[in-house]
Write a protein that binds this ligand. Sequence first.
Ligand code: BV8
Length: 222
Amino acid sequence: MRIAILTGAGISAESGIRTFRATDGLWEDHRIEDVATPAGFRADPALVHRFYNMRRADAARAQPNAAHRALARLAKQHDVTLITQNVDDLHERGGSPNVIHMHGRLLGALCATCGHRWPATLVMRSQDRCPSCTKPATRPDIVWFGEIPYHMEQIWQAVEDADLFAAIGTSGQVYPAAGLAQHARRAGAQTVELNLAQTAASRDFMEHLIGPATLIVPQWVD
Ligand code: BV8
């Protein structure tokens, strides 16, 4: 069976990583426009680097949980395409191969001038020089609002080819990720949503499994 899975912040919540839109979420303390847009970065690169340096340190301290590990087991039994909106590396550390990071990675650095990519250091600053063009234009390799998410052709294709599409721990509020369930359904796939609660996208799913990811994902997989 071909399975396409989309994960969001909820799958890493029980590893101690804050989600975005909960009442104690990251967007409560930080304005999206200031820290997660190209214009915000141009206006105050130091603030944006502080935000992502903090998140890189939080992610480095976190450990993969039972839900990340269950998805790694699933990939041993089926043809799984794992698409994540998360910028942490907990899927990889939980054992999943070939994770598609559609919103980028905390562990990547990107030159805002020439587009060169290299591994991030724990603490990054905009005056750090690009190893390729030597310009002091270092930014996190993250897809900000208004930018085009990565690997979209591969993602649309995997979702279209899937027999089953599952969305885990995502609020269904950010596009194009939030449109994938409808795309899967139109292409004839079964759709299942795994979440603590109903979401903005729930109507696009045929089945709903409600509960914490560390409980419901292993149950669903095993
Ligand atoms: C694009 C940076 C064109 C990464 C993120 C106006 C101005 C500008 C843009 C727009 C606009 N109007 C619309 C747009 C488009 C915009 C968009 O959708 N905006 C929305 C908000 C209206 N989208 C874009 O700009 C995208 N680009 O559209 O380009 C295009 C595209 C394709 C083809 C052609 C053209 C770019 C989007 C990238 C945004 N980057 N942040 C970072 O710093 O991490 S988005 C941010 O939201 C995060 O990256 C995150 O991945 C993403 C989704 O959030 P979730 O993961 O779902 O997290 P959330 O907190 O919302 O929800 C958590 C869920 O978990 C909840 O449902 C909760 O119930 C559940 N949960 C919690 N605990 C648990 C749990 N479930 C289970 N177990 C638990 N324990």
